[in-house]
Design a protein around this ligand. Structure first.
Ligand code: IMP
Length: 188
């Protein structure tokens, strides 16, 4: 088992996806019971920075947060930073209804990982372009996975194993950047 870094999240899928990458560089994330305090902002980076710094000031140990959103081109980037709220309220069916007469299905997922530690906060960002399927497919993963088809694949995220999703996903790519950074730094 690698060195554990705390992560402020209640989402076990995020933990599993990030751990699958971090294990390769000798780390793992350990979900902790610190609140991920989310400010309202149009910027995922601002949201993640604030959440990481508040979690650090409560825990006094290195802690990361991951904030993600789905940005849909024909909806001018909606729901973006409001993706969790949109998922909870109108869900996948509501999103597909918003796009029902739309031929442009282009969208991208963005992930921001912010790691707060003694020397400051580092941020890792990554995006995955793709498109919104006409119908949900697959049973794996979480959130909008059943309707997101990443560029370079025919499958939705929900039709992929965790390892395959990580090869394409915004979160997998951001976690790989974190991994590379961890190799050259000591986090206390
Ligand atoms: P948050 O990062 O926890 O604020 O969540 C953003 C919302 O975006 C989640 O509730 C999901 O609905 C959606 N989301 C973020 N990442 C993914 C993903 O990898 N797959 C599917 N949905 C995601």
């Amino acid at each position: 088992m690698g060195a554990a870094i705390a992560i402020a999240t209640g989402n076990r899928h995020k933990v599993e996806e990030i751990n699958n990458v971090l294990r390769e560089c000798g780390y793992e994330v350990e979900p902790v019971d610190a609140p991920k305090i989310e400010i309202q902002s149009n910027s995922l980076v601002e949201i993640a920075l604030f959440a990481a710094s508040t979690a650090y000031s409560l825990l006094h140990r290195p802690v990361m947060v991951e904030d993600a959103g789905l940005f849909i081109e024909p909806l001018n980037g909606f729901p973006g930073p409001y993706s969790a709220y949109v998922y909870k309220t109108i869900g996948i069916d509501g999103l597909l209804r918003l796009l029902s007469s739309e031929n442009n299905r282009k969208a991208y997922f963005k992930s921001v990982i912010a790691l707060a530690y003694r020397d400051g906060i580092v941020v890792f960002e990554a995006e995955t372009p793709g498109e919104i399927a006409r119908e949900p497919r697959g049973t794996q993963g979480f959130g909008f996975d059943p309707v997101f088809i990443p560029e370079g694949s025919e499958k939705t995220f929900a039709e992929m194993s965790l390892e395959e999703k990580n090869m394409f996903s915004h979160r997998g790519k951001a976690a790989k950047k974190l991994c590379a950074w961890l190799k050259g730094h000591v986090v206390k």
